[in-house]
Design a protein around this ligand. Structure first.
Ligand SMILES: [Fe+2]
Length: 292
């Protein structure tokens, strides 16, 4: 595509909500081409409002992926540096593909709802996930609005949750969830001690409150019994997973999906990992310490 035609794409983005609770399709944008601050601001506002943006038909280089992602804020380098794109520590590869006897990306994980990097002191603000290669009819990503779920809870449960903090523990989850991956090194463990976040957080751009917990990373409520905490987390997540709060994205190569980790959780749906090929590139935007 010639430069002028690509640039014209970024003048009038068209936003189409995908469900009542979460998700918005954005057409008329090309993130590999120049984009004014005003158009970028409209994308950022739409992300805060709809939590998940779907931008189909994108074609960009890793450098363009990184440059566009940086407009949202500084990027994370993932703790699992073995799964980053060679030469690009900002791009985390999620894939089942094996090349030259080694996995090119993170595999066999994320089948349960979570918010990326919730186990950091300053969890991720958002992620930009680009589909390079995928099977059709499987391997979707499901997103649940933790804002819509919180708002639909009974008032007494909302009040109780507003008094609780969750303990997010990456090392605890890794040991039980990733039995086929090599164990974490002591250095990796030292980088990810348990952290405490409010169980309900306020979105810094919209002021909306969201549940901020998951069965993947939230081990207990601070000061509470682990078994009782796990039971309540399971109950809340079962509620948040109801279809009325969920958008399931079926991938086509060239899709870029941007999600807000502060107000949603997501999970990968299964696919034939032994035979099908799936390759996704993720950048992860650094966030701030969550507040109630
Ligand atoms: Fe994730």
């Amino acid at each position: 595509m010639v430069a002028a035609a690509r640039r014209a794409l970024n003048e009038f983005p068209v936003f189409t909500p995908l469900t009542d609770a979460i998700g918005c399709r954005v057409e008329g944008v090309d993130i590999g081409a120049p984009m004014t601050d005003a158009v970028f601001a409209s994308l950022r506002r739409a992300l805060a409002e709809h939590t998940v943006l779907v931008l189909p038909g994108q074609d960009f280089t890793p450098e363009q992926h990184i440059a566009f992602s940086r407009r949202f804020g500084p990027l994370e380098d993932h703790v699992l540096s073995d799964f980053c794109l060679p030469g690009h520590p900002e791009i985390f590869v999620v894939s089942n593909i094996i090349e030259n006897g080694r996995h090119i990306g993170a595999y066999g994980g994320s089948k349960r709802y979570h918010s990326d990097l919730s186990y950091l002191d300053e969890p991720s603000m958002g992620s930009l996930f680009y589909c390079v290669e995928c099977p059709q009819g499987s391997g979707e990503t499901a997103f649940a609005s933790m804002a819509a779920a919180f708002e639909a809870l009974p008032a007494d449960m909302q009040a109780r949750l507003l008094t609780l903090n969750g303990v997010h523990d990456y090392v605890w989850n890794y040991a039980r969830a990733h039995k086929t991956r090599p164990p974490l090194t002591e250095a990796q463990k030292a980088k990810t001690p348990p952290v405490v976040h409010p169980a309900v957080v306020t979105h810094p751009e919209t002021g909306r409150k969201s549940l901020f917990l998951s069965e993947v990373f939230t081990r207990t409520f601070e000061g509470e019994d682990e078994g009782e905490s796990q039971a309540l987390i399971a109950e809340l997540m079962a509620f948040a997973e109801e279809p009325r709060f969920v958008y399931v994205h079926a991938w086509t190569p060239g899709d870029l999906v941007i999600w807000d980790n502060r107000s949603s959780v997501h999970k990968a749906m299964p696919f034939d990992e032994a035979n099908a090929r799936r390759r996704m590139h993720r950048t992860t935007v650094r966030g701030a310490r969550p507040f109630r």
